[in-house]
Design a protein around this ligand. Structure first.
Ligand SMILES: NC(=O)c1ccc[n+]([C@@H]2O[C@H](COP(=O)([O-])OP(=O)(O)OC[C@H]3O[C@@H](n4cnc5c(N)ncnc54)[C@H](OP(=O)(O)O)[C@@H]3O)[C@@H](O)[C@H]2O)c1
Length: 282
């Protein structure tokens, strides 16, 4: 077991693509968990052209679909015996109200619930590796809001809904740390900064999204710069273990982002929604 395996969601664009390109030299096997396999095929060809030592496996995984996540996880479990580093990077911003096929609010369903289920299925492979690492791409948008009732399905201001999904991923990192660090897991959440990517630029969001992006784009950094926090987290896992970080600086979450009671309630509710009776003890 000498080779190193990276698995990453959302590797086909923006921060995930930039991070994968830069991490390719440190890994031998890369599992691209992508909803768009055509984009992933083009990226795979590009990666292999530049790093001929690499084995790249494309796995179709739409995080907004529980069936798709389970099918992807089954494939990975059957075809790989370990994952040294899992990066939960994919994310969606929806400025119009959308639901997943399982009736979750789209951002919560994709950014948090899809990743929770994926991690539930893949954690055994992570724990079977030498590095035992999970990196979660969060966002300071967590600070916009708290988790009130109906947070899996509820309506509201899109930025609050996005913030809720990212607050949930922050709690998820804390819970993973609390429950698995004794078994050797390293887990970090990162904020990439304001990055010029495709985030929020979907056909449905186009009008309002273009206005917002147009106004803010001078303040955005490149995907390469946005990937910096993810790279640091992967490369310096001991330093950033159990922490939320941006560009090498720890971010201490606001009080609501450290709520033990709300975190435990979220994890209990998530496990109930997903009918899981193992994984996390709460
Ligand atoms: N950009 C920022 O300023 C910023 C700030 C804070 C946090 N973040 C976070 O950074 C992460 C990466 O976002 P980005 O800015 O790089 O955006 P991006 O360019 O839109 O990339 C998002 C990635 O997620 C994938 N994705 C979206 N929905 C998915 C789904 N249902 N199932 C599977 N994959 C899906 C996309 O796939 P396709 O290629 O098929 O679209 C793409 O690969 C996200 O978690 C985001 O919340 C970004």
């Amino acid at each position: 077991m000498t080779d190193k395996t990276l698995a990453i969601t959302g590797p086909t664009s923006g921060i995930g693509r930039a991070a994968t390109e830069r991490l390719a030299e440190y890994f031998d096997v890369i599992i691209l968990l992508a909803r768009n396999t055509q984009k992933a095929e083009a990226f795979k060809a590009d990666l292999i052209r530049r790093h001929n030592h690499l084995i790249v496996d494309i796995v179709e995984c739409d995080l907004s679909s529980l069936v798709s996540v389970e099918t992807a996880a089954d494939y990975v479990q059957l075809n790989h015996d370990k994952i040294d580093c899992l990066i939960n990077n994919a994310g969606v911003v929806s400025l119009t109200r959308q639901q997943t096929e399982d009736d979750f609010e789209m951002m919560m369903g994709t950014n948090y619930i899809g990743h929770y289920l994926l991690t539930h299925h893949l954690i055994k492979l992570v724990m079977n590796s030498r590095e035992k690492q999970i990196v979660i791409v969060g966002s300071n948008a967590y600070a916009f809001t708290t988790l009130k009732k109906d947070y899996f399905t509820g309506k509201g201001n899109p930025m609050h809904l996005y913030g809720r999904s990212k607050l949930a991923t922050l709690y998820f990192m804390q819970e993973l740390h609390e429950q698995f660090s004794k078994d050797g897991l390293y887990v970090t959440a990162v904020h990439p900064g304001a990055v010029s990517t495709n985030l929020g630029k979907t056909a449905r969001n186009q009008k309002i999204g273009n206005i917002i992006y147009g106004a803010l784009s001078p303040f955005f950094v490149s995907p390469d710069e946005g990937a910096e926090s993810t790279i640091m987290a992967v490369r310096e896992k001991e330093t950033w273990d159990g922490k939320y970080m941006h560009n090498g600086e720890e971010i201490i979450p606001k009080a609501h982002g450290q709520s033990y009671y709300i975190r435990k309630q979220l994890i209990r509710n998530t496990m109930a929604e997903l009918n899981l009776d193992t994984f996390m003890n709460v």
